[in-house]
Write a protein that binds this ligand. Structure first.
Ligand SMILES: Nc1ncnc2c1ncn2[C@@H]1O[C@H](COP(=O)(O)OP(=O)(O)OP(=O)(O)O)[C@@H](O)[C@H]1O
Ligand SMILES: [Mg+2]
Length: 303
C-alpha cells in the first residue's frame, strides 16, 4: 500500500505526521517511510543520519535496476527501527532525485509503486508541499490514499475552496486532516463540503520525539505509542487499512443449490433489527467510530 502525505500551504507538520503514521502503522504490514519533499529533506538532519544511503542513492540505483527490494537497501533506521529513505537537505538535489525516480510522470511512481505493491508492505511518502508542478506529484497520483494536512485557522483554510477541485483529481481516496487549534471539523465540512477525518492534536512533546529532538519523552515506551499525536496517527492508519481491505466474500447463490431459503421470524417482544438484502444484520457502529472521507464525494466533484 502506498500513502502520500502532503500539504498545500504552510508547514502544518507533514514530516512529523508522516513519521508518526509509519511508526504507528498496524502489524503485520512492514512500514517504510520515504521522504520525497522537493524542497529538501529534514529527517537526515533531525536524526543525524548518514548522507547515504537515501533518496539520492535509490534514484541512482533505480536507473540500473527495477528490483523493488532496493527501496529497503537504501533505507536507514530511526530510533525504534523504522526504515526511512531520507531526502537530501538540498532542494535541487531532492528535486533531481525525484525526477530520476519518476522519469515519466505518465508512467506513475516507478520503483516506489512496485515496492509498495509487495505483500505486507506499506510505504508512507512525505511529499511536502504539493502543487501542480511538483516532481512528487506522480507519487501522489499513484498512491492508494492521499492524506492532506492543513491548519485550521481562517488563513489556513481560505485558499482551499479554490484549490480543492484540482487537488481532488490527484487521488481517488483523499483524506483531509486538520492540524491544531481553529475551526472544528464540522465547521470545515460545512464550508468546504469535505468532512475532515480528524484533527491532529497540538502536541509539542510528541512532535519533539518524532523530530528527533532531545526530550524528556523518549521514543520507546513514552514515544509515539502513547503521545496524542501517535495515537491519532494510529487511528488514521487503521481507517486507511480498513478502507484498503477487500470486502469479505459472500457465499454465491450458485454454491448452495436447492437449499430452502430460511424464513426470518419475528420474536415476540423483541423489536426487529434492520436486515440487509443479503440477510446480514447490520450492527450499529460504536459511538465515535471514525468514518473515511474517501468514500464521500471527492473534493470538487460537485464543481
Ligand atoms: N502536532 C504537532 N504539535 C506540535 N508541534 C508540531 C506538530 N507537528 C509538527 N510540529 C512541529 O512543527 C514543526 C514543523 O513540523 P514539520 O517539519 O513536520 O512540518 P512540515 O509541514 O513537514 O514542514 P516543511 O514545509 O518544512 O516540510 C516542527 O518543529 C515540529 O516539531
Ligand atoms: Mg516536511
Amino acid at each position: 500500500m502506498l500513502v502520500a502525505v502532503l500539504s498545500v500551504k504552510g508547514s502544518p507538520g507533514v514530516t512529523t505526521f508522516s513519521v508518526a503514521l509509519a511508526a504507528r502503522w498496524p502489524a503485520p504490514a512492514r512500514p517504510v517511510l520515504v521522504e520525497a519533499d522537493p524542497s529538501g529533506g529534514d529527517l537526515a538532519t533531525r536524526f543525524s543520519l548518514e548522507s547515504t544511503p537515501g533518496l539520492l542513492s535509490l534514484a541512482a540505483a533505480a536507473r540500473r535496476s527495477a528490483d523493488p527490494a532496493m527501496v529497503w537497501q537504501h533505507a536507514q533506521g530511526l530510533p525504534g527501527g523504522l526504515a526511512v529513505v531520507a531526502a537530501p537537505p538540498d532542494a535541487d538535489r531532492a528535486r533531481g532525485a525525484l525526477s530520476a525516480l519518476t522519469p515519466d510522470p505518465a508512467a506513475g511512481a516507478g520503483i516506489l509503486r512496485a515496492a509498495a505493491n509487495q505483500a505486507n508492505t506499506v510505504m508512507i511518502v512525505d511529499c511536502g508541499r504539493a502543487d501542480a508542478g511538483s516532481p512528487a506529484l506522480p507519487i501522489v497520483r499513484a498512491a492508494d490514499a492521499m492524506v492532506l494536512l492543513t491548519g485550521a485557522h481562517a488563513d489556513d483554510l481560505a485558499h482551499l475552496p479554490r484549490r480543492l477541485p484540482a487537488i481532488g483529481r490527484w487521488s481517488a481516496h483523499p483524506v483531509l486532516l486538520l492540524v491544531g487549534e481553529g475551526y472544528s471539523p464540522a465547521e470545515v465540512a460545512r464550508e468546504l463540503g469535505v468532512p475532515p477525518l480528524g484533527r491532529v492534536p497540538d502536541d509539542p512533546r510528541g512532535a519533539a520525539v518524532l523530530c528527533g529532538r532531545p526530550s524528556t519523552v523518549r521514543w520507546g515506551r513514552s514515544g509515539p505509542a502513547h503521545s496524542p499525536l501517535g495515537q491519532l496517527a494510529h487511528k488514521v492508519a487503521t481507517v486507511l487499512v480498513a478502507h484498503q481491505a477487500p470486502p469479505p466474500e459472500l457465499p454465491r447463490p450458485a454454491a448452495i443449490p436447492n437449499r430452502p431459503v430460511p424464513v426470518l421470524r419475528a420474536v415476540p417482544g423483541v423489536p426487529g433489527d434492520p436486515v440487509s438484502v443479503n440477510g446480514v444484520r447490520s450492527a450499529p457502529l460504536p459511538a465515535g467510530h471514525p468514518t473515511f472521507t474517501g468514500t464521500n464525494p471527492r473534493p470538487g466533484a460537485a464543481s
